[in-house]
Design a protein around this ligand. Structure first.
Ligand SMILES: [Zn+2]
Length: 503
């Protein structure tokens, strides 16, 4: 049996693993790379890659770094087919929403790239008519790149920003999704039996237990997916790890622990009170539309209900977050009691603050005119795209405001630069000074910290034959592997991209 990491090895995005056993071939996740200058090019390569025949795909959850490249299977492709995709029911509901948003973002980025290329081309035309003819004749002529690097950038931007897939392909892909309940064994293939377990990360998130037969040999593989903390407010606590021969574990926070929920609440109370009431500014909260935005609302609800904070206005400026909330709260059996209480209060109009979801761009722009008293939750969580960038532009330069990060900021993202204390950032073609206070809520991650990852590993009823550590930046992956070796006497391997491991 062979296991190969096609992404999320040495980094936290692009989750995709290929398993091969005696003619059977399947993927676990098929996610996008995010963050960094080369993410678009890497996604393009991954999307076009010939994978050979794939019998089925197991999808652990609906975050885009796990499902974002699935539309490659929307239509049968030479050699690959159009395999069925198995996931939990909430995930099957969420994936079309997430992918439709991704397709929309891609089409908008492409249109922006076209406009930029066209304006560069026309300015060049006016300067040099000979060049202009060439520009009109062939925008992708590589010789132009060597003549004018500015033009070359535009051409390259055009090539890398064309959408990978369309809304139509997403609709088609949705017909390939099969939702299965947690804990019930199913057979996607005569050689494979699968059971999904609650991973406690976002609604519908699963660890996948896969029993495989190869010749006379049997192996149970356990893919952790993204694991949540047990203190999470949004989803039910995760299941313990089942017995397995091979464990593949995530390590996003493999080198550190989160602050406790009580400390996190104290921290949030302090930030909100200072920024909203003492300094009379706004608080901008970059948040992943799926999971983090809803969990932050539940936390606000908990603190406002007990009188610890006074928040006049809360805006969720993300249509995707609203859609994600609808699907999340439609699966009441999967969510935490605290989240269910928030949902009931919202439905009955008994929230202790005014909550508004903004839909149109005009509504979103209106928020720019609010000078104080507002908590603005907007995507994307790592500030790489989306409406949050407008709110950062308007609020970062104001010392009375605060920016509050609530999730992991990957290397190379705008969010990471702000968290690491950049004095200014580049946004919409201008330098924006960072005068607002910047905070990271330590305890609100959807990912388990190191102790919690160890607890999950320890919960396995027997010692695995092998363990692979993936989905983490190198320092985090090695720190978790080191602790496993010391405390559990296991011999984990830190996964390397593209290496085929025999298991
Ligand atoms: Zn995730």
């Amino acid at each position: 049996m062979k296991l190969r990491f096609l992404g999320a090895a040495g980094e936290v995005t692009g989750s995709c693993m290929l398993v091969e056993a005696d003619g059977l071939r399947f993927l676990v996740d098929c996610g996008m790379f995010q963050g960094g200058r080369d993410a678009a090019a890497r996604n393009r390569r991954a999307y076009a890659r010939e994978l050979g025949p794939i019998d089925f795909v197991l999808l652990t959850h609906a975050h885009i770094d796990h499902c974002g490249l699935l539309p490659r299977f929307a239509f049968p492709r030479h050699g690959t087919g159009s395999p069925p995709i198995y996931c939990t029911r909430p995930t099957a509901d969420l994936v079309p929403v997430m992918l439709a948003d991704s397709a929309f973002v891609q089409s908008r980025t492409a249109a922006r790239g076209r406009r930029r290329a066209d304006s560069t081309a026309s300015s060049l035309r006016s300067k040099d008519s000979r060049f202009g003819t060439a520009v009109r004749a062939d925008l992708t002529t590589s010789s132009l790149r060597s003549k004018d690097s500015r033009f070359g950038t535009a051409v390259r931007a055009r090539a890398t920003e064309a959408p990978l897939y369309t809304a139509e392909e997403v609709r088609r892909l949705a017909t390939r999704l099969h939702g299965v309940p947690y804990g019930v064994e199913f057979r996607p293939h005569p050689q494979a039996a699968v059971r999904l377990h609650n991973a406690g990360h976002i609604v519908g998130a699963a660890s996948a237990e896969v029993r495989l037969a190869e010749g006379g040999r049997k192996r149970t593989l356990l893919f952790s997916g993204d694991l949540g903390e047990d203190s999470a407010l949004l989803v039910r606590d995760r299941d313990p790890a089942p017995a397995a021969d091979v464990i593949i574990v995530e390590s996003t926070y493999g080198d550190r622990n989160h602050r406790s929920l009580a400390d996190t609440e104290d921290e949030l109370v302090a930030v909100l009170n200072e920024a909203l009431h003492e300094r009379r500014g706004n608080v901008v909260v970059p948040a992943f539309a799926l999971g983090r935005a809803q969990e932050f609302l539940v936390l606000l609800y908990r603190l406002a209900r007990t009188g610890r904070i006074r928040v006049p206005l809360v805006f969720v400026d993300s249509p995707l977050a609203r859609q994600s909330a609808e699907v999340t709260f439609a699966h009441l059996d999967a969510i935490d009691d605290e989240a269910a209480a928030f949902h009931a209060a919202e439905r009955d109009r008994k929230l202790p603050f005014t909550l508004r979801y903004t839909e149109s761009v005009e509504d979103s722009m209106f928020l720019n005119s609010i000078r104080s008293g507002a908590v603005i939750i907007a995507a994307s969580g790592m500030c790489e795209a989306g409406r949050v960038r407008h709110h950062l532009r308007h609020n970062l330069p104001r010392s009375e405001c605060a920016v509050l990060f609530t999730g992991f900021q990957a290397a190379g993202t705008l969010g990471r630069r702000i968290v690491e204390g950049a004095g200014s950032v580049w946004l919409f073609g201008e330098t924006i000074p960072v005068r607002a206070s910047v905070h990271t809520l330590g305890g609100l991650s959807a990912h388990a910290g190191q102790d919690s990852l160890m607890d999950w590993l320890r919960s396995a009823p027997r010692r695995p034959r092998s363990v692979f550590v993936g989905h983490g930046e190198p320092a985090a992956a090695h720190a978790l592997a080191g602790r496993m070796a010391r405390e559990l006497k296991w011999s984990p391997v830190v996964a390397e991209a593209e290496t085929a491991y025999e298991v």
